[in-house]
Design a protein. Sequence first.
Length: 258
Amino acid sequence: MFTLEQPEQLLAVERDQTLSRAARSLAVSQPTLTRSMQALERALGVPLFSRTKNQIILNEAGKKTAAFARDVLKQCEQFQNELADTPIRIGSLAPMPLEHLRNQIRQANPRRAVEAKMADGNTLLRGLEEGSFDQIILDAWPRTKRFSCKVFETETLFILVKQGHRFWNRQTIDFETLNGETMLLNTQIGSWESLVREKMPDSTFLMQTDLQALNVVRRHSSLPSFVSNFTPYTLASNERMIPLVDSEATKTFLLVTR
């Protein structure tokens, strides 16, 4: 067995003809490169180099191995190009965890496209099972053990109020106290919306479909609204966030993969 680094290392030695120059071009130490080439020779069971006092060159077995190494690297490049054309498909039942996952994937795979979709938990699990999602985010552990699951992040709801509002001096608040309030609400909050409507059946919600528009309305309205520890919003001096103490107001999101 050989590693994916060794074909590139072997070709660097072939090109530079000294281990020191090859190590510098690869940005590794000379002992590291020496050990890697020795391991490659052991794995193949044949010597690959002819060594002189100031030079190291490939013998016949080394030249054949170098030709194979060039093919390996070419195939790896072709495979990477094919992968770049295949999007990574992710889904979530809440918007901010979805955005955070998308950013993480883009940083780790800058050449890959990312397709992101909001859906309910059952749709997400079915899509992961059928192959229409590669990764999904849920707010409860799936009952099946066929998937890999780990904690991704935790989101907590707050309400945003303006100075002068009757809740301004409160340190905490709950859904029961909020029930009956007229509030601003973003339509793109996934499973949070059903929770809020369930807990506040007597409230009136003024719906906003665009987050940027909602933030503008927040700035100029006296109505309270929901925000979370992930909401991209800068508080003004006459605004404060009050945490909701209900256990349902904090969700631990899970990353689920096949």
